[in-house]
Design a protein around this ligand. Structure first.
Ligand code: ATP
Length: 321
C-alpha cells in the first residue's frame, strides 16, 4: 500500500480535524502518501481528491467542523455508485481508506469492502455517540460541553424568574447528549428516547420539588423522544403545574465550536490507530477506545446499535432526575 485516502462523512463533529491531521502525520511518517477526499462519498464520486501534506494540516487541531467538508451521498447507497467510487480510487492508486463518520458512513464502507474494496478503516465521528465498539465518538464530549454551557445560562434566568424551562438537545435516536448534559447540569428531569416517559408522573415529582422550595426547574429533552420536543413538554408541564414555561431548542450550535481537549486527544489517538490498522492489514473494522485502550470492531458490530446509554448514569435518573 503506497497511498491512502481519508474522508469525513455524515454530520460534522468537533475533533474530525484532529483526526484528519493524525491520519496525515501518521501516514507520512510511515512513508505513505495521503489523499484528502472532499465532501465525503459525494466528493469521492466527483473525483475530488487532493494530496495532503504536513503544511495542509497545520493549525487545524483546534478547528471545529471538518476541513475536508462533508455531505450526504444517496448515490453511494447504490451498487452502481460504489462501483464508480471503486474505479476512481483504483485510478488514483488508493489502497486503503480512513472513513471518519457515523453509522451510515461505516455501513457504506462495509458495502464497499464486501464488493471488492479497497481496505477501509472507520473512525467513530458523530456527536450522537450512538456507535458500539467505543466508549465515546468524536464530537460527543464537545457537544455535551456546549449544551451544558447553554443549560447553565438558562438555569441562571430560571432561578431569577421562577419559570420552568425545557431545553431540547440533539439526539434523534439517542439520548446520550441529553443524559450527559442533563446530569452535568443538575436537571430536574431528563427525557430520553431509550426509556418510556410519563409526563404526568414527572409533573407530580416536580410539584413535590417546588413544594420543598425548588425555585428553578429545568428539564432536558433529547430531540427524538416520542413524548414530543421541548415545546410539547413545556406546554404539558405548564398546564399540569400551573406554571409559566419556556422551551429552548439548542439545535446546530451543538455541532460547531472548537473541540475540547478530550475530542482533540481522541481524534489524534484514533487517527493514528486507523493508519496503524491499515498497515497491519486490518479491514472493515472501526477503531474505538474502550476503557482507555484501542479496540477494533467489525463494521457490522459497530453499527448494530444504537449504543445503549450508560446504565450507571441512567440509574441516577431515578434518584436525581
Ligand atoms: P451521523 O451519525 O452524523 O448522521 P452518518 O455517517 O450516520 O453520520 P449518514 O447520512 O447516515 O451519516 O451517512 C453518510 C453517508 O454514508 C450517506 O450519505 C451515504 O452516502 C452513505 N451511506 C449511509 N448508509 C449507507 C448504506 N446502508 N449503504 C451504503 N452507503 C450508505
Amino acid at each position: 500500500m503506497r497511498r491512502i485516502g481519508v474522508l469525513t462523512s455524515g454530520g460534522d463533529a468537533p475533533g474530525m480535524n484532529a483526526c484528519i491531521r493524525a491520519v496525515v502525520r501518521a501516514g507520512l511518517a510511515a512513508g505513505l502518501e495521503v489523499a484528502g477526499i472532499r465532501r465525503g462519498y459525494l466528493g469521492l464520486l466527483a473525483g475530488e481528491l487532493e494530496p495532503l501534506d504536513r503544511p495542509d494540516v497545520v493549525n487545524v487541531i483546534q478547528l471545529g467542523g471538518t476541513i475536508l467538508g462533508t455531505a450526504r451521498a444517496p448515490r453511494f447507497e447504490r451498487r452502481e455508485g460504489r462501483d464508480a467510487a471503486r474505479q476512481i480510487l483504483a485510478d488514483a492508486g488508493i489502497g486503503g481508506l480512513v472513513l471518519i463518520g457515523g453509522d451510515g458512513t461505516l455501513k457504506g464502507g462495509g458495502a464497499l469492502v464486501d464488493e471488492g474494496g479497497p481496505a477501509c478503516i472507520g473512525v467513530p465521528g458523530t456527536i450522537d455517540n450512538d456507535l458500539l465498539g467505543t466508549d465515546r465518538s468524536l464530537g460527543f464530549a464537545t457537544a455535551v460541553d456546549t449544551a451544558l454551557g447553554a443549560i447553565d445560562r438558562i438555569r441562571d434566568t430560571a432561578t431569577s424568574h421562577e419559570i420552568l424551562h425545557v431545553v431540547e438537545v440533539m439526539g434523534r435516536h439517542s439520548g446520550w447528549i441529553a443524559l450527559a448534559s442533563g446530569v452535568a447540569g443538575g436537571a430536574e428531569a431528563i427525557v430520553v428516547p431509550e426509556t418510556p416517559t410519563d409526563l404526568d408522573a414527572m409533573a407530580d415529582r416536580i410539584r413535590d420539588e417546588i413544594d420543598h422550595g425548588k425555585r428553578a426547574v429545568l428539564v432536558v429533552v433529547a430531540e427524538g423522544d416520542p413524548s414530543g420536543g421541548a415545546v410539547a413538554i413545556a406546554d404539558h408541564l405548564a398546564a399540569a403545574l400551573d406554571l409559566e414555561s419556556r422551551a429552548t431548542i439548542l439545535g446546530h450550535v451543538q455541532r460547531g465550536g472548537s473541540p475540547i481537549a478530550a475530542d482533540r486527544i481522541l481524534g489524534t489517538s484514533l487517527g493514528a490507530a486507523a493508519v496503524d490498522s491499515l498497515l497491519e492489514g486490518r479491514n472493515a473494522v472501526m477503531v474505538g477506545e474502550v476503557g482507555g485502550r484501542i479496540v477494533h470492531s467489525p463494521f457490522a458490530e459497530a453499527t448494530s446499535g444504537p449504543a445503549p446509554l450508560d446504565p450507571h448514569l441512567l440509574g441516577l435518573l431515578d434518584r436525581f432526575g
